[in-house]
Design a protein around this ligand. Structure first.
Ligand code: BTN
Length: 317
């Protein structure tokens, strides 16, 4: 009922308690109680005799309703929010077989957030966006990497769309202009040799969480710091990310990875520069030349272009 009342408040400048109670088939007292709950959630709602209620501002924290309301591309996402969870990726992984595509889990705090290669991901309750999406692309498992790159492009576009500068560092980190990490992406999937059953894209965005533990202070940054210290609306950031993912996922599903690749190259660091990649095969150093059609990094070594699928990149000074 809260969401229906909010919807009416958004659609009307002023709306009487009586109109709301009639539309919802509840008493005026029930409406007043719900308005009280919305105020507790941070909505500022004015009330005047004869005029009724007027929404003057919404909370800037996490809210599934506010995210869906701010989606512009389409409303395909089904959002579940949690105050606290072990990991939004782990949650969707547990429920991957039963939940529909486009399910989204977002938590205010994760107690066991995980990054790439099972590294710990610092996920405090102080204003980060810890979000995972469930997708069922019809991709062969060896092309799943394309979705990771697509996600990085989408998040970088969303951040730039908010007027903040950022760059992609292969394969899917988003860095600030000072090369500090703003966003990490961890993709997990259930697949066999012939099909991907589901993919979970886990996105951790440092939005307003500007107090990092000592070991992260030199390597991590948040969007708020790029925004001159002004806090951002987390729901607006989430909506921007989801919109860009919808758009780019549609391109990927329409076999247009080449368009995504061009965007990736335009926003990536180290193109035509020297970098070292440490992966399963050890350390490879070369000049980064871009991505191929299958999402492999092209590294020029001794005049030859070699393909690299995974690893950690260090850009030469
Ligand atoms: C990395 O750079 O190592 C990837 C970090 C991914 C973190 C996000 S936060 C939401 C989702 N839940 C997790 O446990 N991990 C991802």
């Amino acid at each position: 009922m809260n969401e229906k009342i909010l919807q009416m408040l958004y659609e009307n400048d002023w709306i009487s308690g009586e109109s709301i109670s009639r539309a919802l088939g509840v008493t005026r007292a029930a409406v007043a109680k719900r308005i009280g709950i919305l105020r507790e959630q941070g909505y500022v709602i004015d009330a005047l005799p004869k005029r009724g209620y007027h929404l003057s501002s919404a909370p800037s924290g996490l809210s599934g309703f506010e995210i869906v309301r701010q989606l512009k591309y389409d409303k395909r996402w089904r959002i579940e929010t949690f105050d606290e969870i072990d990991s939004t990726n782990a949650y969707l992984r547990r429920r991957g077989d039963e939940l529909p595509e486009y399910s989204v889990a977002i938590a205010r705090r994760q107690t066991a957030g995980r990054g790439r290669l099972e590294r710990e991901w610092y996920s405090p309750a102080s204003g980060g966006l810890w979000m995972s999406l469930l997708l069922r692309p019809s991709l062969l498992p060896d092309r799943a990497q394309l979705l990771t790159l697509t996600s990085a492009v989408s998040v970088a576009e969303a951040i730039r769309g908010l007027g903040l500068d950022c760059y992609i560092k292969w394969p899917n980190d988003i860095l600030s202009p000072a090369h500090k990490k703003l966003v990490g992406i961890r993709c997990e999937m259930r697949a066999d040799m012939e099909a991907v059953y589901w993919l979970v894209v886990g996105i951790g965005v440092n939005v307003n969480n500007q107090d990092f533990p000592p070991e992260l202070q030199n390597v991590a940054a948040c969007l708020r710091q790029l925004n001159g210290g002004k806090a951002l609306d987390i729901s607006a950031v989430a909506a921007a990310v989801l919109d860009r993912i919808s758009e780019n996922y549609d391109l990927l599903c329409a076999d247009s990875f080449s368009l995504i690749r061009d965007k990736w190259i335009n926003m990536a660091l180290a193109i035509n520069e020297e970098a070292s990649i440490t992966g399963l095969q050890g350390k490879e150093t070369g000049i980064v030349r871009g991505l191929d059609d299958e999402g492999y990094l092209l590294l020029e070594q001794n005049g030859r272009l070699n393909r690299v699928l995974a690893g950690d990149m260090v850009i030469a000074d």
